[in-house]
Design a protein around this ligand. Sequence first.
Ligand SMILES: Nc1nc2c(c(=O)[nH]1)N[C@H]1C(S)=C(S)[C@@H](COP(=O)(O)OP(=O)(O)OC[C@H]3O[C@@H](n4cnc5c(N)ncnc54)[C@H](O)[C@@H]3O)O[C@H]1N2
Ligand code: MOO
Length: 447
Amino acid sequence: MTDARCRAVQNANFPITSHAMTQPSEQSAFRPTPQDKPMPLAEARARIVDAITPITDIEQVPLPAALHRVLAEQVTAGVDVPGADNSSMDGYGYRAADAEQDGATLHVVGESLAGHPFVGRLGAGECVRIMTGAVVPEGVDTVVMQENTRAEDEQVVIEKRPAPGSNIRLAGEDLKAGATVLAAGHYLRPADISVLASVGVSEVSVVRRPKVAFFSTGDELRPIDGPAGRSLAPGEIYDSNRYGLAALLSDLGMEGVDLGVVGDSREALRDAFAEAAAYDAVVTSGGVSVGAADFVLDVLGEQGTVDFWRVAIKPGKPLAFGTVGNARFFGLPGNPVSTAVTFIQLVRPALVRMAGGVPADPIRFALPTTADLRKNPGRENFLRARLVTHAGRAAVEPVDHQGSGVMRSMSRSDCFIVLPAEQSDVPAGEIVPVEPFAQTIWGQPDE
Ligand SMILES: Nc1nc2c(c(=O)[nH]1)N[C@H]1C(S)=C(S)[C@@H](COP(=O)(O)OP(=O)(O)OC[C@H]3O[C@@H](n4cnc5c(N)ncnc54)[C@H](O)[C@@H]3O)O[C@H]1N2
Ligand code: MOO
């Protein structure tokens, strides 16, 4: 294929969701070449997220099972929260007009407890003992906290008056009946479960979880649960990526479907692609570079479609994105750190959108690096690093070994140092952009 043809297809912004694109056809003959410039990460991310169609299948689940799911429909409040004006303090409720100065004495005519309201109306010079959360009786407009009073038999002396209207939480001040509690697309966190319970919701409609098939490719790979007692043959390595991918998917709340290890042959890959095509998404590791045994891109072209190949990041350059059947396809590079970085940067936002959610923009902040950083201009770099306190100030410390095969560099880190594509070496002490691993992944719809 000529460069010109590649360029034309890459720039055509073709509708990736169209039926034609999901069938092996002449269009699927599109193959990017290593002469094409890798795509900048921001463009790849926008392109992938735009290409994702959110799942619209709905499931009804009891509220306690809705944690970490995405609301499929907006929830409207059926009641006011709180349901009635109530006290925010244990103390005495009275009419401000009856206590014009400190030291005013009022007659205690009853009690209002949470769950046991005072029945009746307050007369002049009267007050009720009232507890936190108890309904404010008719006529009461102010509550004084108990510590600022002195009880004397049936009377109470208000030693220090609060401002009129104090310590009363108004009906509906949190939510009014009829108001939107949470919008469709809201990712449910523990506080949301509590808010939904506060309006009496016992069941919610949530989006079906994406089913994501994953497999690793490579003749050298040995599953960790292979024949007991057999040691690794020469050239074999344990298949760590598949387990890492399973964990990343599970962490994101996806339903992962493990299709195992697929050998480095076109036939084996064709079978695996055919099986994977039935899912919502497919994530693979390995076989996407230019090596003699790298067939993933070829088979993707034959059995599905290639949208783009190669992203200008390090690690993670030879990523392939496309479709296979109705599934979105993410062919991640095999070097373990590259697999993890591309999953975090590109697959994760795509799956959040597929799950009906809103991918949050990555959070980055600026910190000085404690060590020199090596960097060749060309690709955006994701160095693995730790947040530290250095000479009494927050700083970021890169880990020693930054090779894309050194997975311990990720496991010992808690953040990336993100160096822009055009950046060259950075001396210790310079301020660099830092992206923490632990950050909000699920944004929220406008509510
Ligand atoms: N001539 C070129 N060679 C390479 C290029 C290039 O541009 N030109 N790119 C390099 C980059 S960058 C990466 S990343 C790798 C990616 O290659 P593949 O996706 O084809 O990955 P493999 O060759 O299959 O494997 C790479 C490496 O990772 C190990 N691996 C693979 N799968 C697993 C697994 N499931 N668990 C653990 N380790 C795995 C594999 O054994 C290799 O060591 O290509 C560079 N080459
Ligand atoms: O850029 Mo590759 O993905 O690290 O070795």
